[in-house]
Design a protein around this ligand. Structure first.
Ligand code: CA
Length: 248
């Protein structure tokens, strides 16, 4: 496993490295002590995980995340001392996978890292009869994980893909918030509805013709989300669109 630690405090780098090597003795650790170095390293090399401090010299963590996300789906755990809700949502919007808040324990860090890696490695659940979804506009290949919109490939992070997958495989049905959170992020995330809001918006921006008036990814207020097959699809088992509205 190769991990990029982006952190300007030497003691923190030491502590994180020790934790990682305690769990994964063969873990390779690269360190960037400022934001610009982090972006450079992330572009030159491939990593299985990035641990990203927010308060950094030169480029702050948010700027690093924005630049890294342009070309990479590497899982990112943000290390924050700030902890406000606003920062958390902002980080998720920019493509972070999770957070740890300073000060954190060795066990807490490892739990977060394991949870993120588990999600990335998660095979698509319950590969059953069909191996793809296609409706003339949106296509999803469950084996290659390739998603296309109007014939053009769309790049999804592993989490975005898994979320879409769970919704599509339950097309026409409301999938409750807690179920989605548990399936995509893990049981310890069942109350993190912010995650869903952010990720649904990102999926809509990538997949919908008009993200503000989604045709596929529908909000069922207070309940969950529902994937609606395209109206033109032959053999659709989707129900009527009903009362679902909005992009919430
Ligand atoms: Ca710092």
């Amino acid at each position: 496993m190769r991990v990029l630690i982006v952190e300007d405090e030497r003691d923190m780098v030491e502590a994180i490295s020790l934790s990682l090597r305690f769990q994964w003795p063969d873990c390779e650790v690269a360190v960037a002590e400022d934001g610009a170095a982090a972006v450079e390293l992330a572009q030159q090399d491939t990593f299985d995980l990035m641990l990203l401090d927010l308060g950094l010299p030169r480029l702050d963590g948010f700027q690093v995340l924005r630049e890294v996300r342009v070309g990479s789906a590497v899982p990112v755990i943000i290390i924050t001392a700030r902890g406000e809700e606003l920062d958390k949502v902002r980080g998720l919007e920019l493509g972070a996978d999770d957070y740890v808040t300073k000060p954190f324990s060795h066990l807490e860090l490892l739990a977060r890292v394991k949870a993120v890696l588990r999600r990335v490695d998660m095979p698509p659940p319950g590969l059953s009869s069909s191996t793809s979804y296609y409706d003339g506009y949106l296509s999803i290949d469950y084996q290659s994980h390739q998603v296309k919109v109007a014939g053009a490939p769309v790049s999804l992070t592993p989490i975005e893909y898994n979320l879409l997958y769970h919704l599509v495989r339950n097309a026409g049905q409301v999938v409750p918030h807690r179920i989605l959170l548990a399936k995509v992020w893990g049981h310890e995330y069942e109350d993190e509805t912010d995650y869903l809001r952010v990720y649904l918006r990102r999926l809509r921006e990538k997949l919908e013709r008009d993200p503000d008036n989604p045709e596929y990814l529908l909000t069922e207020r207070g309940l969950g989300y529902r994937f609606q097959r395209s109206q033109g699809t032959v053999g659709t088992d989707a129900g009527t669109r009903g009362a679902s509205t909005g992009s919430g």
